[in-house]
Design a protein around this ligand. Structure first.
Ligand code: ATP
Length: 232
């Protein structure tokens, strides 16, 4: 049985298609890259899987449990780094992590090690309002993985990061070998190395499901996508 299973999932915003007819299974421990033009449905799909919005049609199941039946339990299994970090700006980095730790019943001592993992130990007592975008993103990743979620969802995890931050984030992703990861990125050159699969979205529909082990590289996907949009 699939770890994460989407069956005929559609999301409409009035007449606007967010995603349409998505059916896909993801195995435990797989890393899946979502790729597609602006407006192709990547964020909508991540938000649906994160249970932040409900499908207009279709069902999503995590570990054989359909989302609508037991949302709170599912949330504990999921970590999400959205486009916006949604950190508490007035709180310090450590306070943000401790708040999340309490919500998820995680030992508070884990907050320091998480901060260390993203290279922010010396900024733990600073309010997030004083953080750069890249630092806030690193902290958001530390928070999203604090409760050791089985499923980690990342929306554009590499955007706005300098080389040092990129290395820290990608190192952290590599260490999460047990975690199932679904991430959306336009930076397919960077993301391809971490992905077991690339799902291509176009106009809200899943148009390609690519096994990276069988694919010559990201250029082949980009070439395909640029040359034949809408027909992949
Ligand atoms: N809240 C909303 N209300 C109306 N339409 C929406 C809403 N959210 C998304 N959409 C529409 O759904 C479609 C998919 O948007 P989505 O944000 O998922 O795309 P995306 O692939 O993440 O784009 P990008 O690469 O620009 O981040 C777009 O046509 C968008 O306008």
């Amino acid at each position: 049985m699939a770890f994460l299973s989407l069956s005929s999932v559609s999301k409409y915003f009035g007449p606007q298609v967010g995603v349409e007819g998505i059916t896909v299974d993801v195995s435990r421990g797989e890393t899946v890259l979502l790729f597609g033009h602006n407006g192709s449905g990547k964020t909508t799909l991540l938000r649906l899987i994160a249970t932040l919005t409900r499908p207009s049609e279709g069902t999503i199941s995590l570990q054989d449990t359909e989302f609508s039946r037991d949302r709170p339990t599912q949330r504990g299994d999921i970590g999400f780094v959205a486009h916006e970090t949604y950190l508490y700006e007035q709180l310090t980095a450590l306070e943000n992590l401790r708040l999340h730790a309490r919500l998820h019943g995680v030992e508070l001592s884990r907050c320091e090690s998480q901060l260390d993992a993203v290279g922010l130990t010396d900024r733990g007592s600073d309010p997030v309002s004083e953080f750069s975008h890249g630092m806030a993103k690193r902290l958001a990743l530390a928070r999203a993985t604090l409760h050791d979620p089985a499923l980690l969802l990342l929306d554009e995890p590499f955007t706005g990061l300098d080389e040092e931050s990129l290395l820290r984030v990608t190192d952290q992703l590599r260490e999460l070998t047990e975690t199932t990861i679904v991430f959306a990125t336009h930076a397919i050159d960077r993301g391809f190395d971490y992905a077991d699969r690339v799902l291509v979205l176009d106009g809200g529909q899943l148009t390609r499901d690519i096994d990276t082990a069988q694919c010559p590289g990201p250029d082949a996907i980009k070439q395909d996508y640029v040359n034949a949009p809408g027909q992949l």
